[in-house]
Design a binder for this molecule. Structure first.
Ligand SMILES: CC(C)(COP(=O)(O)OP(=O)(O)OC[C@H]1O[C@@H](n2cnc3c(N)ncnc32)[C@H](O)[C@@H]1OP(=O)(O)O)[C@@H](O)C(=O)NCCC(=O)NCCS
Length: 185
C-alpha cells in the first residue's frame, strides 16, 4: 500500500490534474474545469494558483505513489484575526480511504500551531447536500457552527452552506495525519 504524502504542487502534476478533472465531474465546484481541458492549461493553473504560496494562501497536493490525487489549501489568511479558510478535493479514484480528513488534520495542526502559522481559527463550508465533506470536516475536528442560506451558486441553483470551524483550543481529533514532504509547509 503506497504511503500518501502532502507535498507542493509542481507543473509536472498537470496530467494528473487533467485526469482528476476529467474523471470527477463534481470538481466543478472546486476548479474552473472548463479551462482545464489539456496539460498546458493545467500546468498554467498549477503555476498560477496551486504552486505559488503567499502570506494569504497556500495549497498542497495530496499525493499517492507520487501522483497528485487531491488538494488541500488554506486561503483568506487574516493575520490580524488569526483566521483562514480551508478547502479540499480528491479525484474520484482516491476517495473512500479517508485521505481528505487526514490531509485536513495535517494542515490544521500546522496552521494552528503557535510555532507554525500561528492561526487561531480555521473555517470551512460545505453545501448541505455534500454529506461526505461534512463527515471529513467532523473527522478533522471542525465543529458545525450553523447554516448560511443560499450562500453559493452553481449554474442556476443556489445552495445552503454549513460552516464548520476548528479553534486552536479545540480538542485534537484522533484522525491520523499524513506525512508531509520536507520543507513543504
Ligand atoms: C469531499 C471529498 C474530499 C471526500 O472524499 P473522501 O475523503 O474520500 O471521503 P469519503 O468518501 O471517505 O467519505 C467521508 C465520509 O463521508 C461518508 N459519506 C460519503 N458519502 C456519504 C453520504 N452520501 N451520506 C452520508 N455519509 C457519506 C463516508 O462514509 C465517510 O464516512 P467516515 O468518515 O465515517 O468513514 C470528495 O468527495 C470530493 O473531493 N468531493 C468533491 C469536492 C468537494 O466537495 N470538496 C469539499 C468542498 S466543501
Amino acid at each position: 500500500m503506497p504511503t500518501p504524502l502532502l507535498r507542493p504542487w509542481i507543473t509536472d502534476d498537470a496530467t494528473a490534474l487533467r485526469s482528476a478533472v476529467a474523471t470527477s465531474p463534481d470538481l466543478v465546484t472546486q476548479l474552473p474545469v472548463d479551462a482545464l481541458g489539456d496539460d498546458a492549461a493545467c500546468a498554467a493553473f498549477i503555476t498560477d494558483h496551486l504552486a505559488t504560496p503567499s502570506k494569504y494562501e497556500r495549497a498542497l497536493a495530496i499525493a499517492v505513489d507520487g501522483e497528485a490525487v487531491g488538494n488541500v489549501a488554506i486561503g483568506a489568511i487574516d493575520r490580524r484575526h488569526g483566521t483562514g479558510w480551508i478547502s479540499y478535493w480528491l479525484a474520484a479514484s482516491a476517495r473512500g480511504r479517508g485521505l481528505a480528513a487526514r490531509a485536513l488534520v495535517t494542515v490544521a495542526a500546522r496552521a494552528l500551531d503557535p510555532a507554525g502559522d500561528d492561526l487561531f481559527r480555521l473555517e470551512l463550508g460545505h453545501r448541505l447536500n455534500n454529506p461526505s465533506s461534512c463527515a471529513v470536516a467532523r473527522r478533522a475536528g471542525f465543529v458545525a457552527e450553523g447554516v448560511e442560506r443560499a450562500k453559493l451558486a452553481y449554474g442556476s441553483e443556489r445552495f445552503d452552506v454549513e460552516t464548520h470551524a476548528r479553534l486552536r483550543t479545540d480538542p485534537a481529533p484522533s484522525t491520523a495525519p499524513l506525512e508531509v514532504a520536507a520543507a513543504a509547509w
